[in-house]
Design a binder for this molecule. Structure first.
Ligand SMILES: Cc1cc2nc3c(=O)[nH]c(=O)nc-3n(C[C@H](O)[C@H](O)[C@H](O)COP(=O)(O)OP(=O)(O)OC[C@H]3O[C@@H](n4cnc5c(N)ncnc54)[C@H](O)[C@@H]3O)c2cc1C
Length: 338
């Protein structure tokens, strides 16, 4: 987005609520306390700003004069065509989808349904996810639905496209279906889902804790921060993986690390050592897990009211991270679990 346009949009934001001083609180447990009121005001302000951003950025005019409403529905599945499949690591693949519409008249000779690309905005924000539906044999009783988080940005989303990074599990129901998907196949998706909204400059430090494919919501959020010249938020990503081969979006993280306000640490739990030969230029790779000590260290010296924490991983990973950040004293409102 152009700088001038961003400035114009920012000018439409309502004034940010003023944070009370410690001395404004009488310390006698009033309900609501001045800080409770401030947090409610802050949530409302974030929502208002998010609506303004959404209206300004997501729903741009289409060249073919079609209606400009979002293509997706959170309750109704819509058809998407698989444009490409790209192997990412040994067990993850990138899938690019395009919104399509079935032509009303099937092809006369083959009786096969033809599809036309629909290049309209999807209306999906960074960090939100979509739900895919499939049936391995066309039978309603064997329908499987699973959530996946687009890693692509608004540019793709504005022309009806999105990309997902999917890890395939040997015995996974949806994994089996996805393994057999071919280019040009039609797949059904609904969404967007998830209540995360990112507001530029709404915190000073954005700390992201993720494991495995839990990096999917983090990457587009970090990218949106670094690409916005007006966003002064520091983003620090802590990524838990087993070994070098499991590191996802490695090139993408290296690219983000070129920005002044993004840094990442990769923690490998199942390696003998983090030999330099396998570590790339500019990467910070460590042997071990993201434990309590690491979390305490990364939060030390920061004003916790100005820190936002994002967490996405396995159930046990999420539980541990929440416990650690709460232990340090990060307020509940500043913690988001995907
Ligand atoms: C909000 C949300 C967003 C998600 N985004 C993504 C995404 O962007 N990319 C992505 O790859 N996945 C994502 N997932 C996970 C995804 O929805 C599926 O759970 C996953 O693809 C496995 O589905 P399946 O049917 O193949 O396996 P299932 O049939 O559900 O499970 C089969 C076996 O696979 C293993 N398994 C399945 N899921 C996991 C897991 N998360 N961790 C460890 N082992 C597991 C287990 O051994 C399990 O017994 C997301 C999940 C949620 C809730």
């Amino acid at each position: 987005m152009h700088k001038e346009k961003q400035q114009n949009i920012k000018a439409l934001f309502p004034p940010r609520p003023e944070e009370p001083q410690e001395s404004d609180c009488c310390g006698s447990g009033c309900s609501p306390c001045v800080f409770d009121i401030y947090h409610l005001q802050l949530l409302e302000w974030k929502k208002q700003c998010s609506d303004i951003l959404c209206n300004a950025g997501c729903y741009s005019k289409t060249s073919d004069g079609e209606t400009n409403e979002p293509l997706l529905s959170p309750i109704k599945f819509s058809p998407f065509q698989l444009l490409s499949v790209q192997q990412h690591t040994h067990n993850t693949f990138l899938y690019l989808f395009q919104a399509v519409r079935a032509n009303s008249e099937p092809d006369q000779e083959s009786a096969v349904t033809e599809y036309t690309y629909v290049k309209r905005p999807l209306g999906i924000s960074v960090g939100q996810h979509l739900v895919m539906r499939c049936s391995s044999d066309g039978n309603q009783n064997t329908v499987v639905t699973r959530a996946y988080t687009p890693i692509s940005d608004l540019r793709a989303s504005n022309v009806g496209q999105f990309e997902v990074l999917i890890k395939l599990y040997e015995n996974g129901k949806m994994s089996k279906y996805i393994q057999n998907m071919k280019k040009n196949d039609i797949v059904e998706w609904r969404g967007p889902c998830g209540n995360f909204t990112y507001m530029p400059n709404s915190c000073r430090h954005l700390l992201m804790f993720c494991a495995g494919t839990g990096i999917a919501p983090m990457y587009p959020i970090a990218k949106s921060v670094t690409e916005n010249d007006l966003d002064d938020t520091f983003v620090h990503l802590l990524f838990a993986c087993r070994c070098f081969e499991d590191i996802l979006l490695r090139n993408e993280m290296q690219q983000l690390s070129l920005y002044w306000n993004f840094s990442a640490e990769i923690f490998l739990s199942q390696v003998e050592s983090t030999a330099e030969s396998q570590t790339r230029y500019g990467e910070c790779v460590k042997k071990g897990r993201i434990d309590k000590g690491v979390v305490i260290e990364r939060l030390a010296g920061k004003t916790l009211q100005q820190v936002s924490i994002l967490i996405c991983g396995t159930k046990s990973f999420n539980k541990d991270m929440i416990n650690y950040v709460k232990h340090v004293g990060v307020p509940d409102d500043n913690i988001h679990l995907f």
